[in-house]
Each structure stands twice: as structure tokens, then as C-alpha cells.
Design a protein around this ligand. Structure first.
Ligand code: UD1
Length: 430
């Protein structure tokens, strides 16, 4: 079984390049099926999730040309089928974006029910509510979500919860609807703006993305484009917190510092120095970390996808901290693993009460999901001794070349597949 072997204790020092945003890429790849002309997308992160999206597209006859590791050309001229039930797509959450994209363009879509990280119930009722408001019939049968419409008509849609997925999906479905659609209580995450910018570059008329009211004027068709995806806020944030927990000095490059403001603010609160420049942020953790409180919120609040990473840091911060998870109801499963490394954390409902300890110790642990998996890697990098982390397939869903990037900052981490390789790693690091 593949695992990461890590010897903790080295401060991370140096510079690291951040890749394209996974969650923007997943929306943008799906949106690329909305024109028959060729679309070129740059800065696509090379991840399990993006590979699954591209594979699903090929399965219905879409031409996918990989120009280089991070550039794809997509031509959706020859779609043979509007049913996506590829095995790999069932595992990822963003499969639901094909619903909005195919429904918007072809007035019909059948897509396997979404999977993704097991961090709570994750219903898609708001997506369905939006499609229905636009005039589609939606039913769930044989594990597929089936959406059909004679015609789509612009309308007023109020989302009952602030949902990234529903906002993007309804926006895509409305792009070619007749007349104007207004989405109220929309999510404001940077990747929503990125998907809207991408669609606008294809000829859509979307205004207000990044605010809580998005206005879409239906257009008759979309055309080809060339587009580069924004940097990944969560990958950047993970390296920023890795710097903090290892008492390091890391510059994350190729980022949009504005997208990282809530993360930078919390790092400063716990005692790190954060320096921003045009497209880079440097985190220096020269002083001992101190406690704080944090509640996850929709953007521009502190992201739920950074909750495990900040919990790992607060576990090593002097004093008592409280972390409140307000987006997903089951996002503290990793705390058991962290406890095995010596953390002192009590979870009550959606709150974690953390009494900081001075040191974690290496242990054999398992990644329960994508972000918690990455956070446990940062804990192991800070810990005394050797750790192994299983189920790294979750981490590979969202972090490109994670061990290599960490090694370049001085971390002792290797991906190993056998007991022999693990022993070799232990011998090598002495
Ligand atoms: C996206 C991200 C995920 C991130 C999350 C919150 C992708 C592929 N995933 O997930 O990494 O953690 O945003 O920033 O972009 N909800 C409903 N009904 C719905 C939809 C959502 O009740 O129809 C609830 C969810 O259960 C959750 C909250 O709304 O409690 C927010 O979920 P949402 O923003 O939709 O998350 P995802 O799009 O699934």
C-alpha cells in the first residue's frame, strides 16, 4: 500500500510554486463542454480529480488533448451521449458540474450521483432547486441525477444555503437560458469568479460573481477561448500553515494574496509574520505559536478546507483555542489521528477545544479525507520522530507533487509502497 513516510523536525524553508485551483478547474473543465469550439485551458492542476473529470469527458466523446502537463485543449463537438456514469467520476464531488453544463447547453443531462470527501451529508437540493426554477424536470433514478428541459427560462433564484457548488451549477445552467436569471444568496469564493470569468470569455453575460447577487443574461451560444486558471488558495494556505507548525520560513509563490487574507490574518494572530508582495506571501514562524479562536465561514471568511490545517497548528499553540466548523457537520474525524500524535483536543459537536501541547510525536496514521490528510502531513512534519500516513490517495486528489514540493523546502518525506522501501527511508534518514 502506498503511504508517506515522514521524519519530522525540520523547519520548512524556501520557496514553493502554487498550482492552479482544483475547485476552479473542476468547474471550468465542465463548463468547457458548453461550446462546440475548441477551448484551451492553462494552469490545470495535475490531480486525481482533474484526471477523473477529463476521463469522464472522453467517455462521452469529447476530444481532450493534453498540450503539456498543465494545459488541455477541449473540443466538445462530437458528444455522443449525455449520460456520464464513469466509475472514476462517481468518486468526485464535482461530477455534479456536468449537470449544469450539459443541461445548460443540451437541455438534458444524466450524471452519476456525486461522491467526494466524507465530511458530512452534502445534499444537492439547492442545485436541483435552481435547475427546476429554470424550467427543468429533475429526478434521481438508478444512481443517476436526470435533468431535462424543453426550454430553460431565466428567473429569480434564492439559494437557501450559501453553496459553492449550487452557485456554479445554476450559473452554468442559466448561461443560455432565455432572458435574465438572478441568483441571490450566491457564494462568493474566488473559484466562482473564475468560472464566471471563463464563461464570459466564451461569450456569456454574467455580472456580479464574487458578490451575493449574480445576474446572468442568457446568450444564444458560447464560443472557444483561451483561459488560465487562478492559483489554488487552499494549496497555498496548506504550505503557509506547514511553515507555521515547523517553525519555518516559506514563501508561497504564484498566488493572489487577496484570496489568502483570512488565512494570513489567523497566522498573524497566532504569532507568525506574514509578508505580502504582488504574487507571493512569505510566512515566518520565528516565535512560539499562541492560541486563538476560529470559525469556518463562506468566503471571505476562514475556509472550511483550511480547518484541519489550523487545528494542527493550534494543537501546538500555547493556551486553549476553539475551532468551530460551521459548514460541514462531520469534519473532525481526523482529530482521533492527531490525538495519537499527542494532541490534546476534545470535540463536542461542531466545536473542537484544543489545549496546546509543546510537541507532537510520530505515529502511524491514516488520512481520512483530502484536507485532513494534508493537515496530518503537516503535523507529521512538525512531530518528533517518524510517521507513516496511509490512504494518501485522498491527498493526491488535491495536491500535485506534494512530497516533492515539501522536500524542496527541506522536509524529510517520501512516498513508499513496500515495507522494504519504508526501511530504506528509515536507514537513509538515519
Ligand atoms: C465546495 C468545495 C469544497 C469546499 C466547499 C465549501 C468543490 C468541488 N468543493 O464543496 O472543497 O469544502 O465548497 O467551501 O468545489 N448544501 C446544501 N444543499 C446543497 C448544497 C450544499 O444543504 O444543495 C450545504 C452543504 O451540505 C454544506 C454547505 O451547504 O453544509 C456548503 O456546501 P457547498 O458550498 O455546496 O460545498 P460543495 O460545493 O460541495
Amino acid at each position: 500500500m502506498e503511504q508517506y513516510a515522514i521524519r519530522g523536525g525540520n523547519p520548512l524553508v524556501g520557496e514553493v510554486e502554487i498550482g492552479g485551483a482544483k475547485n476552479a478547474a473542476l468547474g471550468i473543465l465542465a463548463a468547457a463542454v458548453m461550446t462546440e469550439e475548441t477551448v484551451t485551458i492553462e494552469n490545470v492542476p495535475d490531480l486525481r480529480d482533474t484526471a477523473a473529470m477529463l476521463q469522464a469527458m472522453e467517455s462521452i466523446g469529447i476530444r481532450v488533448e493534453r498540450i503539456d502537463r498543465h494545459t488541455v485543449k477541449i473540443t466538445a463537438k462530437s458528444i455522443q451521449d449525455l449520460v456520464i456514469e464513469e466509475d472514476s467520476i462517481k468518486k468526485i464531488r464535482a461530477s455534479y458540474y456536468f449537470l449544469g453544463a450539459l443541461l445548460g447547453k443540451y437541455r438534458r443531462a444524466e450524471v452519476a450521483l456525486p461522491g467526494g470527501c466524507n465530511i458530512g451529508l452534502r445534499p444537492i437540493d439547492q442545485h436541483i432547486k435552481g435547475f427546476r426554477a429554470l424550467g427543468a424536470e429533475v429526478k434521481i433514478e438508478r444512481g443517476l441525477v436526470i435533468a431535462r428541459a424543453q426550454q430553460l427560462k431565466g428567473t429569480h433564484i434564492y439559494l437557501d444555503v450559501v453553496s459553492v457548488g449550487a452557485t456554479i451549477n445554476v450559473m452554468m445552467a442559466a448561461v443560455m437560458a432565455e432572458g435574465q436569471t438572478i441568483i441571490e444568496n450566491a457564494a462568493k469564493e474566488p473559484h466562482i469568479v473564475d468560472v464566471a470569468n471563463f464563461l464570459n470569455s466564451m461569450g456569456a453575460n454574467i455580472k456580479g460573481a464574487g458578490t451575493d447577487v449574480i445576474r446572468i443574461k442568457g446568450v444564444s451560444g458560447l464560443h472557444g477561448t483561451e483561459y488560465a486558471i487562478i492559483p489554488d488558495q487552499i494549496e497555498a494556505g496548506t504550505f503557509m500553515f506547514a511553515a507555521a507548525v515547523t517553525k519555518g520560513d516559506v514563501t508561497v509563490k504564484n498566488v493572489i494574496p487577496k484570496h489568502l487574507e483570512s488565512i494570513s490574518a489567523k497566522l498573524m494572530e497566532i504569532g507568525c509574520e506574514v509578508e505580502e508582495s504582488d504574487d507571493a506571501v512569505r510566512v515566518v514562524a520565528a516565535k512560539p505559536l499562541t492560541h486563538t479562536h476560529v470559525k469556518t465561514l463562506p468566503y471571505p471568511g476562514f475556509p472550511t478546507d483550511m480547518q484541519p490545517q489550523i487545528t494542527v497548528a493550534l494543537g501546538l499553540s500555547k493556551g486553549t483555542s476553539i475551532v468551530t466548523e460551521s459548514i460541514f457537520e462531520n469534519r473532525f474525524k481526523y482529530v482521533d489521528e492527531l490525538t495519537r500524535m499527542g494532541a490534546n483536543i476534545k470535540v463536542e459537536g461542531n466545536t473542537a477545544i484544543i489545549d496546546g501541547v509543546s510537541q507532537y510525536t510520530g505515529a502511524s496514521i491514516t488520512a481520512p479525507d483530502l484536507r485532513a490528510g494534508a493537515a496530518l502531513v503537516t503535523a507529521a512534519l512538525a512531530a518528533e520522530g517518524i510517521s507513516t500516513i496511509d490512504d494518501i490517495k485522498f491527498i493526491e486528489r488535491g495536491y500535485e507533487d506534494f512530497p516533492q514540493k515539501l522536500q524542496s523546502l527541506g522536509a524529510q518525506i517520501e512516498k513508499v509502497s513496500t515495507e522494504r522501501e519504508l526501511q530504506k527511508f528509515k536507514l537513509k534518514i538515519g
